[in-house]
Design a protein around this ligand. Structure first.
Ligand SMILES: CC[C@@H](C(=O)O)C(=O)SCCNC(=O)CCNC(=O)[C@H](O)C(C)(C)COP(=O)(O)OP(=O)(O)OC[C@H]1O[C@@H](n2cnc3c(N)ncnc32)[C@H](O)[C@@H]1OP(=O)(O)O
Ligand SMILES: [Co+2]
Length: 133
């Protein structure tokens, strides 16, 4: 795993959170993107070589809607950049970790993504991200 690609933060109101994080970071978000398959709208802030990804639910059955209902707003996942997501999925499976999707799926910002169960990583939901060439 190469670096922290982004930290995902679940928010109830994306526009309000954009204003809050623009004030925190001292600069505006650089893009927004809807990921329909995940039921989310996202916005991104650069921070060094990493990003903050704000996520707001667009449907009641999205992971973000369920997480906010159960756990409130806040840090939702940590995403690690990888060169070869299929190799990392296989490596983690062989280590005994449960992958939530064994086939990489389309994420935001031109990435293939896969998630690991938070109960297998001390209560942290881990996302793997591979740049689509
Ligand atoms: C924008 C696209 C992409 C990107 O490009 O970056 C994204 O970031 S998409 C982000 C949203 N998508 C996902 O999170 C997909 C993967 N997530 C899931 O499959 C589920 O959310 C989940 C993690 C399996 C949880 O599913 P849920 O139906 O909510 O089950 P439970 O409520 O029963 O949760 C089981 C257990 O895990 C705890 N939990 C849930 N979410 C988290 C979390 N984000 N961080 C830490 N722990 C979490 C939950 O509290 C349960 O624990 P117990 O209550 O102790 O049983
Ligand atoms: Co993410």
């Amino acid at each position: 795993m190469k670096k922290i690609e982004h930290i995902g933060i679940a928010v109830s109101d994306l526009e309000a959170a954009n204003r809050t994080y623009a004030a925190v970071m001292g600069k505006p978000h650089y893009k927004t993107e809807a990921v329909v398959s995940e039921g989310v709208n996202t916005s991104f802030f650069e921070v060094g070589e990493s990003k903050i990804e704000l996520l707001a639910a667009t449907s009641a059955d999205s992971a973000i809607a369920k997480s906010i209902l159960k756990r409130g707003e806040g840090i939702h996942h940590i995403a690690f950049a990888v060169d070869d997501i299929e190799a990392e999925i296989n490596r983690l499976k062989n280590e005994g970790f449960r992958l939530l999707n064994e086939q990489p799926k389309q994420g935001a910002d031109n990435k293939l993504v896969a998630f690991m169960h938070p109960k297998d990583a001390n209560g942290v939901l881990i996302e793997l991200c591979q740049e689509i060439q």
